[in-house]
Design a protein around this ligand. Structure first.
Ligand code: ADP
Length: 912
């Protein structure tokens, strides 16, 4: 990603000063007609306004010379976001015109910031040669046009993207009363669609985490979706409703893929087509005709991935820890991939575990293959280390914004495929599991292209083709000749310098070059004086400097134009050669995309194997039943965190006839860890990875729910308890017989009896109505009474050992119930003052006595703790002397004088 600390865009002096003449540069890109001070009221400004009007909702990066300038409200909005100075340039309608700008060559870093801050940016470039504009009869500003609109969902540059994650553009549409969802990653060409629904949309978006969502304006006004769209507000791009017309969308897709009907790609619903068509349209709109490469859309069948809602994803810390970092997440713990594409595939798999056993088995076969063959794995991984990101390079080249380095990425990545294919075809490895055999075929044959790129590209490559110098010597004889001409002329200049020095007798005479006046002869002022101010008839004066004079000669001028034209022709030729190479790549892009996909598959399978071997993980068995049998299960991230101490205690979890486990035990005993580890093992198994256990057998889980811990969601105005109840409601309303639910400590955020009652009723509902597999952790021991009533409920507890007045957590799950909660012990560990914990022991004893007597059960009060504790906390105080005296007073019997004296006496009893 682009660095946060951006250099301040420095301007040349001439750009900053209004009085300075515009520099005369050989390659100046502005025309004199738009010299810097003339912006206000000039034809350029009219041009600016016209282009700005055509791109509402975008900041306009308006190319002027070496800068992209922003004006008016754009400048006011962008300057603080970029942390650059807001200046002004002329006046408009009597007011200063605010302006800021960024240098073209570092624009990407600034763009990254603006996109992250939620802006869209229209890039307006000069689309004709300024020299051309000068020659035109109708003098006017150089032609400009928006060449691209940069939005969060349509990024392709490595500097703007995370190499290890997809960046999806999603589209939502509605047709015939159904909703459809489509998503694509412009930077890799992946494209998919699926039906969705008002209820399912939240989960689908949580799975994709799109960078941008296009949707029809009318959907924004749909009340059931208000809250969801509120959460995604920053990513929404509403578009006019007609853009989501399904018939127009179908035609657009057919013409995009050059097919007569979409049936060849699969059977899609109208709403899905409408969404997909709107995306293709949006790409055309933002890429201004750049030919995006998109693979044919894949349909994700309903029910083919495990449904996991946003809260569950967050709670289980699948791709981010609760603090929002990648570190500490499941993804970070298991990611051993070596390529960007492999990492993206892993993140994609983790977001949507499979529900079809055959597909999972195919992935597991591939992993097992590499687990069993460490040498093949190591050899493959060594090759993968040298594979650059082919997918993203290909996409940039398709869109016409690739450079020589993208070609080099293809050369290097595709260059590895032959060796990888060869090693997979080794007789000892055959037959390959189906998925690897497919990948091996997918790698394809790219020898000709790789050889050509190898010959064509120089060792050092510029970022942009227009900079030239990237074609290797010996690749194109014509180019070699031009370069020779250019270099010969440079040598001729050196010879000329020697000749002039000799003729004039000034040994220090130099021929130099700068961008403003080109080549010139420079002689120090002292030497000029020695020669009587005259070097000879050939020398024409150009400039007088502080200590030197600059001249030019006809001969020097001729040589200079030879050099310039040779260099210009060389760059033009290089650009043509570049286009030829790109053309060759484009002709093979399907094969190249297939090779890239194959490399990602291989990378991921070998990475899972690496992880499995490192952690001693096993292959899970997957079937269509509803069993769940984990032996010796471990928590992947907690175990990793405890690594070294080697202290993680493995636990079994066997849900069969007893499909609901009630887990009691003290705080800090490991209940949450146990619950989460089983959910994570299920996810790992269903993405086709090995799992941290000694054995695992899992009946396919179609939906996973978790309610684990919670923090106040103040941003959405919800208290902890509210968050807890919203999440619990989702589970109780949606879980079905194939779901897996983990519920940790529900009812904690409210008063004791309230909480206990909610937990009680929720447990009954899970058991009787949802009938799912569930792990239910609680500190309400009272719930264990339900075991007698609910046949599929089993009680388990975290074992604890008391030793010399101390408590040792064994982190072991055993059948039975906990007899105490050891909260005070944990409070001691946490450092509560000793006075408080010993007082708490006393209060506890009293409370427990009360409970034995049935007192607690009779209490209707929500806060029995305080009621029972109060008499102890405030012992009856002795009456004071003042109170004694007051009590003895008989007011009716006092004379006024006695009353006054009494008042004085009472007052004297009070301390001063
Ligand atoms: P609870 O939910 O019961 O309060 P946690 O699951 O949060 O407890 O666990 C508390 C701590 O105990 C964890 O941070 C971890 O360090 C340790 N722990 C939990 N389970 C295990 C285990 N199986 N083996 C070793 N340490 C564990």
């Amino acid at each position: 990603m682009a660095s946060e600390a951006l250099p301040h865009p420095e301007r040349s002096r001439s750009e900053q000063s209004k009085d300075a003449k515009p520099p005369i540069q050989p390659n100046a890109e502005t025309t004199p007609a738009e010299a810097v001070p003339a912006f206000a009221g000039s034809p350029v400004m009219l041009q600016y306004h016209e282009i700005k009007r055509a791109h509402p909702g975008c900041l306009l990066f308006f190319r002027m010379g070496d800068f992209y300038e922003l004006f008016f409200e754009d400048a006011v909005a962008a300057a603080p976001a970029l942390d650059i100075a807001l200046t002004k340039r002329g006046r408009h309608n009597g007011a200063d015109i605010p302006m800021c700008g960024v240098p073209v060559h570092t624009a990407e870093a600034y763009l990254a910031r603006l996109i992250r801050a939620g802006f869209k940016v229209a890039i307006c470039d000069q689309v004709e040669d300024p020299a051309e504009a000068r020659r035109r009869s109708n003098k006017g500003p150089v032609k400009r046009a928006v060449v691209r609109v940069v939005t969060a969902g349509t990024l392709t540059e490595d500097g703007l993207l995370d190499a290890r994650r997809h960046n999806y553009l999603a589209g939502i549409a509605e047709a015939g009363g159904e909703m459809g969802l489509a998503w694509l990653d412009l930077s890799t060409g992946s494209f998919a669609l699926a039906p969705t629904s008002e209820a399912g949309l939240g989960g689908d978006l949580a799975r994709l985490m799109p960078g941008e969502i296009v949707l029809p304006e009318r959907l924004l006004a749909r009340p059931p979706l208000f809250e969801l769209f509120g959460e995604w507000k920053a990513a929404l791009t509403p578009l006019a409703n007609p853009r989501f017309d399904s018939e127009a969308a179908r035609r657009r897709l057919e013409s995009f893929y050059g097919v007569k009907a979409l049936d060849g790609f699969g059977q899609f619903g109208r709403a899905e087509i409408a969404a997909a068509g709107a995306l293709v349209d949006y790409i055309a709109l933002t890429q201004q005709g750049g030919a995006a490469y998109l693979m044919p859309p894949q349909r994700v069948l309903p029910g083919s991935v495990m449904q996991i809602d946003a809260a569950t994803r967050r709670n289980l810390e699948l791709t981010q820890s609760l603090s929002g970092e990648r570190r500490g997440s499941l993804l970070a713990a298991i990611d051993r991939t070596l390529t960007g594409a492999g990492a993206r595939l892993l993140a994609e798999h983790l977001a949507g575990p499979l529900t079809i056993p055959e597909e999972i088995k195919a992935r597991l076969d591939a992993v097992a293959f590499f687990v069993d063959r460490p040498d093949a794995r190591a050899a493959l991984r060594e090759r993968l280390r040298h594979c650059p990101d082919i997918e993203r390079a290909l996409s940039r080249l398709s869109l016409g914004r690739g450079g020589p380095r993208d070609l080099a990425a293809l050369r290097d990545g595709l260059g590895e495929t032959a060796a990888i294919r060869g090693s997979l075809a080794a007789p000892g490895l055959l037959p390959l599991p189906e998925m690897l055999a497919g990948a091996e075929r997918g790698l394809g044959e790219h020898g000709v292209l790789v050889e050509r790129l190898g010959r064509a590209l120089a060792a050092e490559l510029p970022l942009f083709a227009r900079d030239g110098g990237f074609v290797a010597a010996g690749y194109a004889p014509e180019l070699d000749q031009l370069r020779e001409l250019r270099d010969d002329s440079r040598r001729a200049i050196a010879a000329l310098q020697a000749r002039y020095a000799e003729a004039s007798g000034v040994a220090s005479l130099r021929i130099r070059h700068n961008n403003v006046i080109g080549y010139y002869v420079e002689v120090s002022a002292a030497n000029v004086e020695k020669l009587g101010g005259n070097l000879g008839p050939d020398f024409m004066h150009r400039q007088t400097m502080a200590g030197a004079m600059r001249y030019t000669t006809v001969e020097l001028g001729e040589l200079e134009s030879k050099i310039a034209s040779a260099a210009e022709r060389a760059v033009a030729l290089e650009l043509r050669l570049f286009q030829d190479l790109v053309g060759e790549v484009m002709a093979r892009r399907q094969e190249i995309a297939a090779a890239a996909a194959a490399l990602a598959t291989l990378d991921l399978a070998a990475a899972h194997a690496e992880c499995a071997v490192d952690g001693n993980w096993v292959r899970p068995e997957i079937d269509t039943g509803t069993g769940f049998e984990i032996r010796g299960g471990r928590h992947p991230t907690v175990e990793a965190a405890l690594a070294g101490s080697g202290a993680f205690v493995a636990n079994d979890c066997v849900l069969g006839e007893d499909r609901v486990w009630l887990v009691t035990g003290p705080n800090m005993a490991g209940k949450s860890t146990f619950l989460r580890q089983n959910a994570l093992i299920a996810i790992l198994a269903q993405i086709g990875a090995f799992v941290p256990a000694s054995a695992a057998k899992i009946g396919i889980i179609d939906r996973l729910f978790s309610r684990v811990g919670a923090a106040d969601d103040l941003a959405r105005g919800r208290s902890t308890f509210m968050v807890e109840m919203v999440e619990t409601a989702a589970i109780l309303n949606q879980a079905g017989p194939r779901s897996f639910v983990i519920l940790d400590e529900i009812g904690r955020g409210t008063a004791t009896f309230d909480g206990l009652s909610i937990a009680w009723a929720a447990l009954e509902h899970l058991h009787e109505v949802n009938r799912c597999r569930a792990l239910f952790a609680t500190h309400y021991h009272e719930l264990t009474a339900l075991a007698a009533k609910l046949p599929a409920l089993a009680c388990h507890t975290m074992r604890v050992k008391e030793w010399q007045g101390d408590v040792v957590f064994l982190h072991e799950v055993a059948a039975g119930t906990a007899d105490r909660s050891y909260g005070i012990h944990v409070a001691k560990l946490a450092g509560l003052p000793a006075a408080v914990t010993s007082r708490a022991e006393e209060v506890l004893q009293i409370l427990e006595k009360g409970e034995q007597g049935g007192a607690l059960a009779r209490l209707a009060d929500d806060l029995p703790l305080f009621r029972a504790a109060r008499p102890l906390a405030t012992p009856e105080p002795k009456p004071s002397a003042l109170e004694d005296m007051l009590r003895d007073i008989r007011p009716d019997e006092l004379s006024p004088r006695e009353a006054l004296e009494l008042l004085y006496r009472l007052r004297s009893l009070l301390p001063d």
